[in-house]
Design a protein around this ligand. Structure first.
Ligand SMILES: Cc1cc2nc3c(=O)[nH]c(=O)nc-3n(C[C@H](O)[C@H](O)[C@H](O)COP(=O)(O)O)c2cc1C
Length: 182
């Protein structure tokens, strides 16, 4: 089973840290899980122009194809202007409507204020479910105050949520795969 993490931040490293921790939690839960992290700052993903994927640059094709080939996903975004980042929305705009069918897709956000914790449920989740993803009940929202100077998180509640999300993605994906086989 392959789990791909997506970091929708072009600037800082907080979202990267949390996505990376969820991938690690999934791997500790089941060592057979393969993981890959796509950090959008490492790729030049072009703006959607309405043409077929083959018209875009190699980075865009690589990112889209890696996500399409994954069994399950975890998507992380910083909160920007009370929503997800434009970079992440643009990436999601590249996908056909059934792209995430049968893919369990976990959600993560980092933000400066707790006022925006519902962005995951109200902004990201509707896009993921439109793309037919199976979205786990639990998600992870981490405030900037939860990170220390080395970008580590010491809050036991947040660390428990990170571990739970990693495990839940794998457990749910196994159920989805079993159901599809029967
Ligand atoms: C352009 C911009 C807009 C932001 N808007 C919000 C916001 O509306 N609500 C919030 O809680 N944090 C907001 N923030 C803070 C970021 O979400 C926060 O610092 C996040 O942890 C950054 O993640 P990163 O280190 O992965 O880039 C904003 C930051 C930037 C740069």
């Amino acid at each position: 089973m392959k789990l791909v993490g997506i970091v929708g931040a072009l600037a800082g490293y907080k979202t990267y840290t949390v996505v990376h921790k969820v991938l690690r939690a999934a791997k500790s839960f089941d060592s057979n899980v393969q993981t890959e992290l796509i950090d959008l700052k490492d790729y030049d993903v072009e703006f959607v122009k309405g043409t077929p994927l083959s018209y875009y640059n190699a980075d865009t094709v690589k990112v889209v194809d890696t996500i399409l080939a994954a069994d399950c996903l975890v998507v992380g975004t910083p909160i920007y202007q009370a929503s997800i980042t434009g970079a992440l929305k643009n990436l999601l705009d590249h996908f056909p409507v059934d792209a995430l069918h049968n893919k369990v897709t976990g959600m993560i956000a980092t933000g400066g204020t707790d006022k925006h914790f519902l962005v995951l449920d109200y902004h990201l989740k509707p896009i993921l479910t439109f793309l037919k993803a199976v979205v786990p009940e639990s998600n992870v929202y981490v405030l900037n105050d939860h990170f220390d100077e080395e970008n580590e998180i010491h809050d036991s509640n947040i660390n428990r949520r990170i571990k739970n999300l990693g495990e839940e993605i794998i457990k749910l994906q196994k159920l989805v795969d079993q159901k599809n086989k029967s």
